[in-house]
Ligand binder design. Structure first.
Ligand code: ATP
Length: 371
């Protein structure tokens, strides 16, 4: 039985208030080529109930963190709590309340889904009646008698989720559950996670596709290079990013002149060759007015609302590339900042911007700054 000694509040945070709580979690992998930090002082706070997205690009440390929480990898330092109990010490007491998919679960291909779950239920001491219930929970009752090998990827993943539900856990941890699924499969998994949350469970789901989890998560933690970049309610995080994360996409008739004019106006500009993306403008029509004043007309003007993906790029903007550029698995995606095009010439995104006004040309230079 549990020795339920209340954990002392640490750093103003009481781990008992969270289903999952980590503080200063760190993990370094060592190899003959040296050591690399996979998780760097990570503080995670997953509230009870609801879907919590654990988000970050490939190699940012999500799986390593989850593995440490489940006792599958040892942390170098830091503390971890599940339901207020410190793990890995209290893992035997709390693991019965946790269902997790970390790696692809193994099922017998020639057995039916039901038979596979019955075997599993016997192995883990779950009641037989749980099998029918969990198949219904994930919407597989109709296909319960089909052999596992006939299942689609999405159905296989839902069966994996069903397996985690056999013990009726309070906390579900899914590591990239939608990997490899088509849009319909992704939609089904999202629905399943929502239903579980609505049934009062806590779902911790990791993903490198921020926009995908944004649609289903109540709260998120965004990590990059093994450290926490942002956490909280999705709407609050997007709101806090404010105008800086909102962009206006402009498709002008004369791309090069428009780029030069907006650059000269001191606007934060990105060029994706089709559109000029302007950040930090409150009023999109100001851009049309400014260009129109110079007889440059706009074919399209769209305000692109910020999403978590955009917030992530804002949070990591200015970070240097990884220590081994191009090969660093911890490298985060970088926003494509403007590499200003020269008029009469295709913009070259690989060329660093020149120090002076890059949109200025010999003939157009005289116009610089005129209003
Ligand atoms: N067993 C291991 N030995 C050495 N390095 C490892 C090991 N497992 C992970 N790493 C490294 O640790 C870093 C974090 O990897 P991790 O798998 O935790 O990231 P992730 O965010 O889950 O990525 P993904 O979305 O690709 O699954 C990466 O640089 C990875 O190469």
């Amino acid at each position: 039985m549990t020795t339920a000694t209340p954990p002392p509040p640490s750093g103003g945070i009481d781990p008992r208030e969270f289903a999952v709580c980590t503080s200063g979690l760190r993990k370094t992998y060592r190899s003959i080529r040296g050591s690399s930090v996979a998780v760097a002082n990570l503080d995670l706070h997953v509230p009870y109930g609801g879907v919590h997205g654990f988000l970050g690009p490939n190699g940012s440390g999500k799986t390593t963190s989850i593995r440490m929480l489940l006792g599958l990898a040892r942390a170098d330092s830091g503390t971890m709590h599940l339901f207020g109990q410190e793990v890995p010490k209290a893992l035997p007491d709390v693991i019965g309340r946790v269902g997790a998919i970390v790696e692809s679960p193994k099922f017998f291909p020639n057995f039916t889904a039901r038979r596979n779950l019955e075997l599993l239920a016997t192995a883990i001491g779950a009641p037989d009646r749980a099998v029918g219930q969990v198949l219904a929970d994930v919407g597989l009752s109709d296909r319960a008698k089909s052999k596992y090998r006939t299942y689609s990827l999405g159905m296989k993943q839902r069966l994996a989720i069903a397996a985690t539900l056999l013990k009726d856990p309070d906390l579900l941890i899914f590591d990239e559950p939608t990997n490899g699924l088509d849009p319909a499969g992704i939609h089904e998994i999202r629905q399943t996670m929502r239903q579980l949350a609505e049934a009062g469970k806590t779902v911790l789901v990791s993903s490198h596709i921020l926009g995908e989890v944004e649609q289903v998560a109540d709260t998120v933690s965004i990590i990059g290079r093994g450290r926490l970049l942002a956490e909280g309610r999705v709407a609050d995080i997007i709101g806090a990013a404010g105008a800086a994360a909102v962009r206006v996409a402009v498709r002008p008739e004369d791309h090069a002149t428009a780029a030069r004019l907006l650059y000269e106006a001191g606007l934060d500009l990105t060029d994706d060759r089709t559109h000029l993306l302007v950040r930090g403008v409150d009023d999109a029509s100001e851009i049309a007015r400014r260009l129109g004043h110079h007889d440059v007309w706009v074919n399209e003007l769209v305000t692109v609302k910020a999403g978590l993906e955009q917030v992530f790029l804002e949070l990591t903007a200015g970070e240097g590339p990884g220590t081994t550029a191009g090969a660093d698995p911890l490298a985060v995606p970088r926003p494509q900042h403007a590499v200003p095009p020269q008029p009469d010439q295709q913009p070259d995104l690989a060329t660093p911007p020149p120090p002076s006004n890059p949109y200025e040309t010999g003939s157009a230079g005289a116009e610089g700054g005129t209003r």
